[in-house]
Design a protein around this ligand. Sequence first.
Ligand SMILES: Cc1cc2nc3c(=O)[nH]c(=O)nc-3n(C[C@H](O)[C@H](O)[C@H](O)COP(=O)(O)O)c2cc1C
Length: 185
Amino acid sequence: MSAFDVLKQRQAVRNYEPREVEDDKIVRLLEAATWAPNDRLREPWHFYVIRGEAKQRYVQMATEYLQERFPTKPHLVKESLAVLETTPLVITVTADIVPGDEASSEDNEYAAACAIHSMWLAAKELGLGLVWRTRGVGLVRDERLSRFIGSPENKKIIGTVFIGYPAAETPATNRKPYDEKTTWL
Ligand SMILES: Cc1cc2nc3c(=O)[nH]c(=O)nc-3n(C[C@H](O)[C@H](O)[C@H](O)COP(=O)(O)O)c2cc1C
């Protein structure tokens, strides 16, 4: 498959079969991520692999978060938790903060974003489905997730990726033509 084909066929996949992702495939995803571009080769990312018993603890944490955030929406809480419970593998990605160097810290975030995109493309090749989540059960902006991964110093959470074997066809999304988003100077 050409690079263009993989780029165009990548999709946010949110429904998975009830089977685990094999260790060798997890390793391939992590390896793909580490080949992402990054300024001055700081390799400013870290990956927290969450599955099995750790994922059960993640579900508990998400339950607390959702009940606090949506006290009047029990259906939403239930649906969000069902998504999480049927996701075999979760990986949280952080970017290194460089103390006193805002520009480098920002570049590190971009690099970690590239790493997530690389995983996303690799997932496609490995027959896996993946979605990058920040909101809701992604818990990216909730302090609880930081504690969950061990309160690492000088690391900012960039995303939580949900991964598994796709359960069904995902309808394709569309994009505006590039010329609506381009200015030739
Ligand atoms: C930074 C970022 C954050 C995202 N957060 C969420 C999220 O919290 N929940 C979710 O369902 N999808 C999330 N997505 C996935 C997008 O919704 C998805 O990429 C978009 O709908 C386009 O669909 P496609 O990726 O299949 O083309 C996120 C994507 C990015 C890049």
